[in-house]
Ligand binder design. Sequence first.
Ligand SMILES: [Zn+2]
Ligand SMILES: [Zn+2]
Length: 450
Amino acid sequence: MAHRNKAGASKASRAKKTPKETPVVTGPNMDSLGFLAMDSNVPGLSQVILQKLNMKSYDDYRSAVEGRKLCTDFGIRSYFEMFQKMEDTFKFCVECKKLPESMPDPKSLRRCKRCQNVYYCGSECQRANWPTHKKVCKKLKLVALDRLVEWLVFTGDIPFLTSPWTKRILEVRGWEDYFSMQDGLEEKLSNIMTGRYMNILWANAGKPKPEEAELLESVKRVMTDFVSRPATIGLGLCLFHLDPYAKPITVHVVGASHVETLNARVTDYNELSRMFPKHQGIEVVMVGVDVVDGPIMRPPLVAFGPRERVYLSSYKGLYHDFWESQVETQQAAWPDIVVGFHPGFHACHDLMESWLPTLLLLRDYKIPSLFTVYSEQEMKNSLKILMELETQITGCGANPFASLKPEQAYSNPNKPPVYCNSHYMMFWGLSAPPDELDIGELDGGEEERD
Ligand SMILES: [Zn+2]
Ligand SMILES: [Zn+2]
């Protein structure tokens, strides 16, 4: 412990010498970009946790879990230590933001008993924080539980193999309907509940195992987090009247984050095949600057793959560059729909700037587009921007396939938790002001005329 204190002290003194910015992970700057903080800090498959565990990628983690690479390769000696390190990410006083390293006795950092999620340096801070914290304490308890259960994603227990949809997507009103379509759901859940890794989890988590019913709900919430994205794409196809039974479908996921591309391997976009059994072939291309290396880092398809299958590929770069270098040169298929999960262009000017060429491209080429956001307020702000850009809004609202897993803002845990893909909005081409509808088409197409 003394050694650790020393390391902390030397870090602090180094920081003093360079007065610019301290390279602390919990930067309030991340928080000002609310959604960015969300996206980079989704617990579980997050970069923060991989960093904490000295691992570069999901594959590192997976090999450690499977014992192919020893945990000691990453400086971790046991499951217990691994869970401790994950939890360390959350150890700072939520009131005064003090880190354990800067406290005389790091052990005096105490956890809120109810939610087991936030920490306090002492009872004074806890008392001062309670009026704010009590509003979210109950939800944060679910967050803390899901964070642990999400570990079962790495071990392969979650998501479990799902069944073909027996109802059409527009008849599925939400997750209750979704789970009711699952064959042998109880058996699948019970396999997870009694599985080897569930036992390892609670033997090492450093927290008491919750009641069976609570745990089951958590497993289901984590499950919805994985199905949410493909189901939202399916919803978009239906709302835009795109028929995967009639022809092959190309989906571009724009602004794909590293979490999305990491997850893509486990998210199982094959859910789309279960949603539209015997479809003509669905291609999903993830495009974004944060796309990570890995098995889906392969070129987009030019000719379609087999029917009834989902082909996943990716392109690392901005969407308008992708468009120019791949779509216009016919190295990638023209999209039937473009989907953006949490683009966040409403959040700040810089992000809007980087999204603008893409939004104008989607508008001018009249690509059916669907974007999701974390809350109703974010939807309102985003719609305002889309209307200013004179796009034609064709639909918006609460997403029946919003994830049920609450997300906490890592650097500001008392912010009310939000849900992935909570709301959606759709746009298609230019809006036509009613008084301009009567003007006939001009000759000469795109050329400007006075
Ligand atoms: Zn404090
Ligand atoms: Zn609490």
